[in-house]
Design a binder for this molecule. Structure first.
Ligand code: PAF
Length: 280
């Protein structure tokens, strides 16, 4: 695997390539990321991964400074997995040589709800860096995890509206045996919190089962899940059953007629904010 830190080196490595498959990450790689790279390998050649902790998508009180930066370990994992041909790991001056005053602003009905409501500016930061990374890598396909469901939808909408020649592939969420979605932020969980953490997914599964069993009052299901989590010490930002196609609230009639839904959640356990979702 070639590790490059500048756009010039990246372009040298990729000259003439027309089937690049790309996996953007912020590093601290886990089995979920490695699965994205395996999938990328099935859909293009060569596979390029990036590691860049993007300041633009962190709010002022968020964890940008303490976000785990583990480049040497990440390189070792990628070398061992042998799926990636080029790792692009720019520093901030390389990707943002001047203040990034041009930004991609996602539409409010997609970018300002749910995660966007609790993390103002987050999807603007994500869209802006993803557009920049796409412009550096010029991939044919890019793979994103479904764990960041709304991010996946924002990136897809951006590619559609800007007619970017990139196919966005969605990868299923990779979970630990007890159901916890793998995430770089799981390293913040204390031992006790780690034991509690699968409860979030368990609530999503309860909601999924209730809807499959014919319950159509989704706000009641959301309230019950919020109450159960709050009683066991979580601080819940949202648990929301939405339509898969646009993340709007479904009517009871849509729920009972089998509209494809997704239940999305964000909640804090101790100092760790976890997000997860489940399609219904
Ligand atoms: O999902 C992530 O790790 C980040 O949001 C991404 C897509 C790499 C952009 O910084």
């Amino acid at each position: 695997m070639k590790v490059v830190h500048t756009i010039e080196e990246l372009r040298d490595q990729l000259r003439g390539q027309t089937r690049v498959a790309f996996v953007p990450t912020m590093g601290n790689l886990h089995a979920g990321h490695l699965a994205l790279m395996r999938t990328a390998r099935q859909h293009g050649d060569p596979v390029v991964a990036s590691i860049f902790v993007n300041r633009l998508q962190f709010g002022p009180n968020e964890d940008f400074d303490k976000y785990p930066r583990t480049l040497a370990d990440d390189i070792a994992k990628l070398e061992a997995a042998r799926d990636v041909y080029v790792l692009f790991a720019p520093d901030e001056r390389e990707l943002y040589p001047e203040p990034q005053t041009f930004r991609v602003q996602p539409p409010g009905d997609l970018g300002d709800i749910l995660e966007g409501h609790y993390r103002p500016g987050f999807f603007q930061g994500v869209s802006t860096v993803v557009l920049k990374l796409f412009s550096c890598v010029q991939p044919r396909v890019a793979v994103f995890g479904k764990k960041d469901y709304q991010q996946l939808m924002v990136v897809r909408a951006m590619c559609r509206q800007f007619q970017l020649p990139v196919d966005i592939l969605a990868h299923e969420t990779v979970r630990a045996d007890d159901g916890l979605a793998l995430s770089s932020r799981n390293v913040y969980l204390s031992d006790g919190d780690r034991k509690q953490a699968p409860a979030l997914y368990a609530q999503l599964q309860r909601i999924q089962k209730s809807i499959h069993d014919g319950v159509s009052d989704t706000s009641l299901l959301e309230q019950q899940a919020i109450q159960a989590l709050t009683e066991s010490g979580w601080q819940v930002d949202y648990i929301a059953v939405r339509r898969q196609r646009d993340l709007l609230v479904p009517t009871q009639q849509e729920v009972s007629q089998g509209e494809p839904l997704v239940v999305l959640a964000a909640a804090k356990l101790g100092v760790t904010r976890l997000i997860d979702n489940l399609e219904i």
